[in-house]
Design a protein around this ligand. Structure first.
Ligand code: NAP
Length: 252
């Protein structure tokens, strides 16, 4: 039997890359999806193939477009013939106060972050059930349950991700597919370059964190990997917060 296969949307850099590496360490072959930066995806492919001896296939697709989602999964089946793990990691969004949000900001963000999760999970489930089941993990953030500055459209899209996780967990259970979400505190990736309050956010994430340090991409990746192992098979539809305890604090 060949290697198991994991597909990670936005797996070319940041948290997605750390997740891809975690699965490569376990000898999974990978499908790494990206949207714009081909060179970054090719760099990650070369690095993981060299380091772990696994096969990595890169696919350019905007997950906000249904036809591109379908093409991404069709290519996965064509190249590897199976799918065991699907990680819904890619996200985008407009960082603005609520009163400055326009309709196209809302649509762009919900399409990529929330709508894609439902339709990509449908495609993932069709492939997974052919070989007896699998695991799906999505990535969320604390803006789903808190009101963060400039974060309304992303926060609402992440709340949809967490709600969808519960529905997927129940409705895909008969196919032997385990579904959960990992929600992270601030992680210093390129994504934060778009945050007007980046410096303040990182300062709080570092200095006030009860754990004594900021969350690293690898912290998220470890939780994601765990949720795809048999040890986690009775955890279903949950959102596990990986933030070092930061969100437990009440700030003045
Ligand atoms: N960073 C944080 O503080 C933090 C905290 C909690 C949760 N999260 C969540 O963690 C996940 C990863 O975030 P990150 O910080 O690692 O982001 P990042 O460094 O900005 O990387 C984003 C990745 O997603 C891809 N991507 C973006 N839009 C896409 C689209 N429409 N279709 C397909 N791929 C797309 C990018 O591809 P290209 O390179 O081609 O653009 C890239 O591979 C997101 O769900 C985010 O909400 C992040």
């Amino acid at each position: 039997m060949g290697n198991k296969v994991a597909l990670i949307t936005g797996g070319s850099r940041g948290i997605g890359k750390a997740i891809a590496e975690r699965f490569a360490r376990e000898q999974y072959d990978l499908v790494i999806n990206y949207m714009r930066k081909k060179s970054k995806a090719e760099e990650t492919k070369a690095e993981l193939e060299e380091k772990y001896g696994v096969k990595v296939h890169t696919v350019k697709a905007n997950v906000g477009e249904l036809d591109q989602i379908r093409a991404l999964f069709a290519e996965t089946e064509e190249v590897f013939g199976r799918l065991d793990v699907f990680i819904n990691n890619a996200a985008s969004g407009v960082q603005r106060p609520l009163m400055e949000i326009e309709e196209h900001h809302w649509d762009w963000t919900q399409d990529i972050n929330a709508k894609a999760y439902l339709f990509a999970s449908q495609e993932a489930a069709k492939l997974m059930e052919k070989n007896g089941g699998g695991a799906i993990v999505s990535i969320s953030s604390l803006g789903s349950i808190r009101a963060l500055p400039n974060y309304v459209v992303v926060g609402v899209s992440k709340a949809a991700v967490e709600a969808l996780t519960r529905y997927l967990a129940v409705e895909l259970a008969p196919k032997n597919i385990v579904v959960n979400t990992v929600s992270g505190g601030a992680v210093d990736t390129d994504a934060l370059k778009h945050f007007p309050n980046r410096e303040e956010l990182l300062e709080t994430a570092r200095k006030k964190n009860p754990s004594g340090r900021i969350v690293e991409p690898e912290d998220i990746a470890e939780a994601v990997y765990f949720l795809c192992t048999p040890a986690a098979s009775m955890i279903r539809g949950q959102t596990i917060i990986v933030d070092g305890g930061l969100s437990l604090l009440v700030s003045e």
